[in-house]
Design a protein around this ligand. Sequence first.
Ligand code: FES
Length: 111
Amino acid sequence: MTEATALDWHRVARTSDVIAAAPKPVRVGNRLIALYRIAGQVYATDNICSHEFAELSDGMLDGEYIECPLHQARFHVPTGKAASLPATEDIATFQVRIEGDEVLVGVPRRR
Ligand code: FES
């Protein structure tokens, strides 16, 4: 049996700030998160590449994939899966909730 992970929900942006043209970097505590708008939906992933240190929000969004600006690894935004080298580790994804004109991100509660 799997236990549901408790989430803390954080208001991180207005919906109008998350546009299809470019990912939006936000911060929850010391966690750096990138928001994306793809086909009208808002998604959230870790903003730091799993290969080395680069902010994915500085990369190029291509459909459902974000390309890292440093060495061009690609990640599938909805799942966080590493889709091309040199990245081999996936990135975390976060649940997103829209309340009115605000975007909330669910971050797993620290124990
Ligand atoms: S830092 Fe992202 S691919 Fe190297």
